[in-house]
Design a protein around this ligand. Sequence first.
Ligand SMILES: O=c1ccn([C@@H]2O[C@H](COP(=O)(O)OP(=O)(O)O[C@H]3O[C@H](CO)[C@@H](O)[C@H](O)[C@H]3O)[C@@H](O)[C@H]2O)c(=O)[nH]1
Ligand SMILES: [Mn+2]
Length: 744
Amino acid sequence: MGGTQQVGVKEKANSSPLFATKEAKGKLAFRVISSSIFVGICLIWAYRLANIPRADERGRWLWIGMLFAELGFGFYWILTQAIRWNIIRYHPLKHNPSQSSDEKLPGVDIFICTADPVVEPPTLVVNTVLSAMSLNYPTEKLSVYLSDDGGSQLTFYAIVEAARFAKLWIPFCKKFNVEPRSPEAYFTRSFDVSQEIANPQQRLFIKEQYEEMVKRIESVINKGSVPEELKSQHRGFSEWNRNVTKQNHQPIVQILVDGRDTDAVDSDGCRLPTLVYTAREKRPDCPHHFKAGAVNALIRVSSEISNGAIILGLDCDMYANNADSIKEALCFFMDGERGHQIAYVQHPQQFNNITKNDLYGNSSPVLSKVELHGMGGYGAALYCGTGCFHRRMSLCGSKYSEEYKGSWNWEMKKEDKRTVHELEEASKVLASCGYEKGTQWGKEMGLVYGCPVEDVVTGLTIQCRGWKSVYYNPENTAFQGVAPPTLDIALVQFTRWSDGMFQIFLSKYCPFIYGHNKIKLGAQMGYCVYLLWAPSSLPHLYYAIAIPFSLFQGIPLFPQVSSIWFIPFAYVFISKNLFSIAEALIHGSTFKAWWNLQRIWVLRRTTSYFFAFIDCIVRQLGLSQTMFTITAKVVTDDVSKRYHREIMDFGSTSIMFTVISTLAMVNLLSLVGIVLKTFLWGSDMGKLLPQAVLCGLMVSLNAPVYEAMFLREDKGRIPASVMFKSIALASLALFCAFKVDPSI
Ligand SMILES: O=c1ccn([C@@H]2O[C@H](COP(=O)(O)OP(=O)(O)O[C@H]3O[C@H](CO)[C@@H](O)[C@H](O)[C@H]3O)[C@@H](O)[C@H]2O)c(=O)[nH]1
Ligand SMILES: [Mn+2]
């Protein structure tokens, strides 16, 4: 790494704290309810065990399957209680952590990652870059780095344009305290004119300049390459010769704005923050480790150029919404008493395109307002990849030491006399393929390699080195991104996540082993709520299949409603759901959003999680390799309209959609079957009532699936091929069930 010299300043611990923690209310009530549900679960297990049908009785194997499913549900539920057991919320006490002057503030390096100019359009990236550059922070201490894994001259062109527009945008933001700081979001938001403080004329002028910039960028994108006359405007374009492709190119580092340069000023004459474009070297025979590799390259490149003590990582779609987020986050790091223990401060992933009832469950308030605080309560807030402030030192592999108290290496890099060109050349070495060979990068240093959820596993390793982490969810959202606007995209994202998480569980990083004696048991369990998403699909899938089948065959699987054993089943089911509804409503969800979330859970578990489970097992056998499918961030207008009207999009022929519609059909057919039997033939269905109710619930959750199969005409309907396949599969399955000896 660059030959930087840091001077530690021993400072007297500040007497006034910079952040506070608060325990959540209702802890006792929660613990009582939770314990009573636990008793219910134990009774259910006991009932299942005590009543296994004998070998010659009907439904023996079905019953044993139920036993395993309920053991699975029960254990998983216990894990989810760990993250609610000890909820503690963190909040900063001041809006400026430096009591004396800005001079005491550390350097902050902001990393923005992009990977593909098609899936992640350069205009989106530019907005994130501009929002980061315009954050309220002394500009000479702020540096913004863009990592472009697409190695695209289109993205580079866009960033050259952004560097120019920043000279107008930054002073405009600061003068009128504009929020959000992304021009696109600012100019398209619906706002209250009376609250607008920007002068209308100036606003209009900036808006026109912004739109012209976007036009120029888009016209270059439509051409597919940068015209020669534009290339001559910046020497950086010379890096793109005919041989440069996404997968194969030399390292590229371009310092677009050099923060040391006193002539690099905005339209008000104020200094600009440093802006650097990086495309690390890519070679087909050299594994690049996806986002983790990109971030690690940035850590090294930035250490050479600005070496900020704090690093903020953002995905290319996560723009800064709250202009003061850096100073707020610094309160945690700079607190005299506990600040030295903190490795990172994670903000929740929030999105600017969530519809009223959150159709695809992308932004569950229970997750962002309860569960993540719960992990934070153990000092083990998850690292979620974006919207996270890191201490450079802990990210680079340092172990925590109590000696850090009061001694801070906030000092910026010593005055560096090297020219921009020399800095670029030195940085290229650090962004080359060979640099990491034989080093600890990807193992003990930087983000951990080998897993598509590099963030969570990296967070775990940092905590296991003794550091604490904070989860902070401010009222004024700090960063906002784009949530998947179709079911297909959402399910693919969840497949990557659940696959990667389960991979962590199966690896040496399993929290129960790796975290043993290093993080609290509650935190180990809390991690597993996420790491076990993939296998949690199994009991759900079993219920979704076994219940309609047994109903169809007339095999009871639950105690009679009149039996005393029915009580624990009913109690657990009802209290768990009531609790979940109450929790959602209290934290600002609508009932419909809760209902949508239940549906999306069923869909995720029966598809994404299950496929991820299979993929993971296959990979463990060494039959395939880790992949990273980038989440699409733009869709056609037609799709976008449906999303905003909250109409689900099923327009995909992916196998996941066949599974979804087949399961929906199986449940529908067997429910219709039982209703016919009861009313036409007057059979006694009393024993099957609980199953019929569960099946009915599945059918009502699946209502949009039937609609998309039989009633809709738009492009988001279930394609005819998928529909026929699923009807055929469902009927065949039920027909077989009817034929086979019902002694199973
Ligand atoms: O080879 C790659 C692949 C991805 N990315 C970037 O990684 C970010 C996240 O990718 P995205 O496709 O948007 O994934 P999401 O599912 O939205 O990302 C979440 O989950 C990821 C882990 O699965 C984390 O890395 C992300 O920070 C987190 O936001 C984006 O900025 C990409 O440009 C790269 O830089 N290089
Ligand atoms: Mn994303």
